[in-house]
Ligand binder design. Structure first.
Ligand code: DGL
Length: 273
């Protein structure tokens, strides 16, 4: 049978953490990557701008690359536009939403921290997740686009100090009741790029959870029964598309070799918008 082709999409390089999970969970097939570097970051953009842009970019990318599955590896985009994207394209779309449910099941103290972008924290979708799965818990949140930038800089090999990271973590942990947090949800796909750094800085015993594994499992569940799956995964890297020159594009190019992507293509999405 035809090798499955999955296109992973994010504003920048956060979706590379999802590509790593796909490989870890045994996805066998081709993975291409697209980053909307011309509009990065999404986390501080208005809902109106993103609602207009994301479905148009998704449509254009899918027409250009013909994947079998489209993964929106971005909480900021998915919590706003997943349904709209599904309405304009006719292949399976997997979204990324904050791992509130697993965190609520896991917490021993009943207090969960959520680190996300300001956009994700503004969404009715995120409120609904908290209401549905963590109503009985205390949920403290902090939204930061600075942490998104730090993740990109770190992944691109630029220096990021503990003090910078701690200044963001403190905004969450030093909130009233924050000393009881035992789980922090990394509700932005960029943040797992900093997992080891953040783990070393949070108070002892605090666990970090994200949605990467769940997304990868969802993708695998959508493959035809007889699609190849293997223990270690066997991911052939396709093209890496960017939508325009920006510091985010430079950082992505700097980091992407480590994630196995070498075939860069710049697209101009103006005609799609
Ligand atoms: N990686 C994206 C997310 O999961 C957001 C980064 C951005 O602000 O563009 O939310």
């Amino acid at each position: 049978m035809k090798t499955p082709h999955c296109l992973v999409f994010d504003s920048g390089m956060g979706g590379l953490t999802v590509v790593s999970e796909l490989e870890k969970q045994g996805f066998s097939g081709r993975v291409s990557y697209a980053a909307d570097t011309g509009f990065f970051p999404y986390g501080n953009k208005s809902d109106a701008e993103l609602t207009r842009r994301i479905p148009a970019i998704a449509r254009g990318l899918i027409d250009a690359t013909a994947p079998d599955i489209f993964v929106i590896a971005c909480n900021t985009a998915s919590t706003l536009a997943l349904q709209i994207v599904r309405a304009v394209i006719d292949i399976p779309v997997v979204g990324t939403v904050p791992a509130i449910k697993p965190a609520a099941l896991k917490t021993q103290t009943g207090t969960i921290g959520v680190l996300a972008t300001p956009g994700t924290l503004r969404r009715a979708y995120t409120d609904a997740l908290i209401h549905e799965f963590a109503r009985e818990k205390r949920v403290l949140t902090y939204g930061s686009v600075e942490l998104v930038e730090m993740a990109e800089r770190f992944a691109a090999g630029e220096p990021v100090s503990d003090a910078e990271l701690k200044s963001v973590l403190d905004q969450l942990i030093l909130q009233l009741g924050g000393d009881a947090i035992d789980i922090i949800v990394l509700a932005c796909t960029h943040f797992p790029l900093l997992r080891e750094r953040l783990s070393a800085l949070v108070p002892a015993g605090v666990q970090l959870v994200d949605s990467g594994e769940a997304i990868a499992r969802r993708v695998l569940s959508l493959l035809p029964e007889n699609a190849m799956k293997s223990e270690a995964g066997n991911v052939e890297r396709g093209e890496l598309y960017t939508t325009g020159a920006s510091p985010s594009m430079e950082r992505l190019v700097a980091a992407s070799g480590r994630f196995g992507f070498t075939d860069f293509k710049t697209i101009n999405p103006t005609d799609w918008l």
